[in-house]
Design a protein around this ligand. Sequence first.
Ligand SMILES: NC(=O)c1ccc[n+]([C@@H]2O[C@H](COP(=O)([O-])OP(=O)(O)OC[C@H]3O[C@@H](n4cnc5c(N)ncnc54)[C@H](O)[C@@H]3O)[C@@H](O)[C@H]2O)c1
Ligand SMILES: O=C(O)[C@H](O)COP(=O)(O)O
Length: 390
Amino acid sequence: MYQIRTYNKISDKGLSRFSKDQYNVGEDVGQPDAVILRSQKLHNEPLPESVLGVARAGAGVNNVPVEEYTKKGIVVFNTPGANANAVKELVLAGMLLGSRGILQGKDYVNTLGDMTDAGEMSKLLEAEKKRFAGSELAGKKLGIIGLGAIGSMVANAALALDMEVLGFDPALSVEAAWRLSSNVRRMESVQALLSQVDYVSLHVPAIEATRNLINAETLSVMKPNAVILNFAREAIVDASAVVEALNAGKLGQYICDFPEPCLIGHDKVVALPHIGASTAEAEENCAVMAANQLMDFLENGNIVNSVNFPHTVMARGEGGCRITFTNENVSGVLGNVLSVFAANNVNVIDMVNKSRNDVAYNILDLAEKPSEDVIAALKAVEHVISLRVI
Ligand SMILES: NC(=O)c1ccc[n+]([C@@H]2O[C@H](COP(=O)([O-])OP(=O)(O)OC[C@H]3O[C@@H](n4cnc5c(N)ncnc54)[C@H](O)[C@@H]3O)[C@@H](O)[C@H]2O)c1
Ligand SMILES: O=C(O)[C@H](O)COP(=O)(O)O
């Protein structure tokens, strides 16, 4: 029986992928083989030694200590693109909130609760509505920083709204480039993009290189009425610098999914409670993808959509036993492991060996299950981090 510990609200559609006769799934599972979570921060959470894999049902993995887990041989997965449409739709809503007096108009209307005469009300509204006039998105310039799953969808949708779209992403993957309209104008720097746009939408991961990407210096090149949309992460924007720019009339609005104390109540800020991926569809997509990836990993050793391990997949063949092992990515380890098999007359039928940065991962199908002594000898090979018999 595999043990899966859950954190956060994971969609039942995903959890029901784990068959009841093979998996025990729940928040209180004691010795988990794997963990499935959303935004739960794991940095200060002691992780049981039994954990082999952690699946983030979502995109951002800044809530998982990936580097530390890599050293322990723990595979971390995410679900690329599974919630991108939900975020794209909320970004579009954010741009509309930034361009029209929707929230201000609604708040004003709600102050008229004491009025009883519909005719009087109508007259008043027609006189007051000029205070809530806005501008159209069509013809405006949108800059997008990070053109991955979400950024590319936002770009294409904005083009369909007749916006002019400028993009910056120095590490754009070939796959993302294929998804992106050729009408997106490629910018060479964040500064060059920021200096031209009416709206900027951030879609980069929270990593060291993107910490405070929006700060006093980058804000200083922006148009005074520009709108910043941050549906990526809190750490990417220096919120106090944003408030200063808003107060000084050097920035138009800040619309984000990450409220901070300094933003609350500011009339040029719309802050939502991290609901970018909170749609039934996105929650299901993420949970199903995360569950499928974990099952394939636990049952077959395959690794798909990991953020720290190489993509490694080998079809199940005739072999009587499958072994997977992780080792430090130094030369000679695989040779030493194969020598153990050779010395013990264990026939290797098929194998795959892949590496990524400091780790290498291997799947080997053997004619039959090796003895406990052979398995112990394999685990003792220098630089082998972990080994599993499936
Ligand atoms: N608000 C929400 O609920 C919500 C939901 C999903 C994702 N997110 C956040 O959005 C981020 C992006 O999600 P995604 O699915 O598009 O991820 P993704 O990996 O598909 O795309 C990220 C893109 O950012 C680019 N990038 C990395 N560093 C960069 C830099 N310094 N400058 C410019 N571009 C850079 C990458 O090359 C990649 O193309 C996630 O990491 C997560 O933090 C938030
Ligand atoms: O990175 C993500 O996928 C989002 O921030 C979604 O977070 P959530 O799963 O907690 O809604």
